[in-house]
Design a protein around this ligand. Structure first.
Ligand SMILES: *Cc1c(COP(=O)(O)O)cnc(C)c1O
Length: 477
């Protein structure tokens, strides 16, 4: 692709993207393709001869776009709504063009140093102490894996000898709440602790880890010859966005000498908002903390920030430099390859830096506060309705609720599952579900940068309409 062809295709593509982002509401949020539909529309082999760009581009619109669930749709309320903001998309474009690979400082000093700068800015916005150094990974799952790998260094000679076939080593254990994210299980499995190496602790009636139950579990494990290693506290659990009592958990960790990792993948961002700094209360005492700018900071997927006050432990776990990668730079430089499993690194910091500059701290604060206001409104409508009920507190921008009309036909779980399917089938909104205390719960998450009050209102109207339809369709029980 010569420069002229690149320019022409590029200009067209930017126009297309501009229109796509502006008119995302034209598309059904949830893709309507049948399983296998995309695969079957494409040939089984790559073409022998190159094809014109225009043919490829047309197939994107014709074949690929219908197979997308549109995360850019302002009616996307499922899981955690995320945003590819304009500056973030442009930064990705630029990052691909630079194709800089940041394994060593010298393989692109700007990759390493901009990462330090952008994560320093974010750390200050979050109100975390300077002792936390940051590093960017792709996802919170990988950030948590690395944090727990650093924690695992507390076991003797684990880097040199591993865990298998070691009668000298007690079984290692990590603790988290029953509501913690499954990435904690995966990290523990990957690190060789086995699923039994994770002990899930009961939560209270507001879905928060119970520190007394944690202390008792650690105590019991020690008596049984288990070596407690780390606790993962969650600020903003995935299902209900509950906040574990980090200060009390930090007390247990300090007393017991355990690594404290805080998973604030989604809700950490709320600490940027004036008056919401308490979101990360006690987190200054953590050993590590993960927050995902790709969740609630308008950064296109992917970018996860791990903050760690024991970066030496992380490097102890992973630094390993073959001869051909030895580099001697004057002064202290950081080589990102020493901070984790992967050698190569994308230039992710570019988009975070551009986004923080483009919106500014005030612009980000205003948008996050607005998302929380919209969720609050929705929660108020649910609370005021005699046909719906809330199933959990809504401290951030997520509301868990269900329909509970008088004299429902049949099972409430079934009614709510059908309600969710009906609402999602409209193509105007996409909500997801969870299970709370054994009950099927609908979940509305506000987080997209283009979501306005009218979209939240529309979701509420569609829920009413669909419930009416379901109640009329069946004789009352
Ligand atoms: C979304 C989420 C994760 C996983 O995030 P990835 O970046 O997709 O790995 C982990 N923990 C919590 C609390 C989350 O909400």
């Amino acid at each position: 692709m010569d420069a002229a062809a690149f320019r022409q295709a590029g200009h067209e593509l930017v126009d297309w993207i501009g229109r796509y982002l502006e008119e995302a509401e034209r598309y059904p949020v949830l893709s309507r393709v049948k399983p296998g539909g995309i695969r079957e529309a494409l040939p089984p082999e790559a073409p022998a001869a190159g094809e014109p760009w225009s043919a490829i581009r047309d197939d994107v619109e014709r074949l690929i776009v219908p197979g997308l669930t549109h995360w850019n749709h302002p009616g996307f309320f499922a899981y955690f709504a995320i945003s590819a903001s304009g500056p973030g998309v442009l930064a990705e474009f630029l990052s691909a063009a630079f194709n800089a690979q940041g394994m060593l400082w010298r393989t692109s000093p700007a990759v390493t140093e901009l990462e330090e700068v952008a994560l320093g800015w974010l750390r200050r916005l979050l109100g975390l102490p300077e002792a936390f150094e940051g590093v960017i990974y792709d996802t919170a799952s990988i950030s948590t894996l690395h944090a727990l790998a650093a924690a695992r260094q507390a076991a003797p000679e684990v880097r040199e000898r591993g865990l298998a076939g070691r009668p000298d080593l007690a079984p290692l254990r990590v603790y988290c709440s029953e509501h913690a994210h499954s990435s904690v299980d995966k990290a523990v499995m990957t690190l060789g602790l086995g699923q039994s190496g994770l002990r899930r602790i009961d939560a209270d009636e507001r879905f928060r880890l119970r520190p007394d139950a944690l202390a008792a579990a650690v105590d019991e494990d020690r008596r049984n010859g288990v070596m407690p290693l780390a606790v993962v506290a969650t600020v903003g659990t995935t299902a209900v966005t509950s906040v574990d009592p980090v200060p009390a958990i930090a007390d247990v960790c300090a007393r017991e000498g355990l690594w404290l990792h805080v998973d604030a993948a989604y809700a950490g961002a709320a600490a940027i908002v004036p008056g919401r700094g308490e979101t990360l209360a006690g987190c200054d005492r953590a050993d590590s903390l993960v927050v995902n700018p790709h969740k609630w900071l308008f950064t296109p997927f992917d970018l996860s920030a791990l903050y760690c006050r024991r970066m030496d432990r992380l490097e102890e776990a992973f630094a390993l430099t073959p001869d051909y990668l030895q580099s001697r730079e004057p002064g202290a430089v950081r080589n990102l390859m020493d901070t984790g499993v992967q050698l190569g690194r994308r230039f992710r910091a570019l988009k975070l830096w551009m986004i923080l500059r483009y919106f500014g701290a005030d612009g980000i604060r205003r948008r996050l506060a607005e998302h929380m206001r919209l969720a609050r409104r929705f929660a108020d409508w649910v609370d005021a309705s005699d046909r719906f009920e809330r199933l959990a507190p809504a401290p951030f921008s997520v509301v868990c609720f269900r329909a509970n009309p008088a004299a429902p036909a049949g099972d409430l779980d079934d009614l709510n599952a059908r309600l969710l399917d009906g609402v999602n089938a409209t193509g105007e909104v996409f909500l997801s579900h969870t299970r709370l205390d054994g009950r099927f719960a609908l979940r509305l998450a506000v987080g997209h940068i283009r979501t306005e009050e009218r979209h939240v209102r529309r979701a509420w109207a569609l829920l009413q309409e669909q419930l009416d339809r379901l109640m009329q369709a069946e004789p009352r029980g």
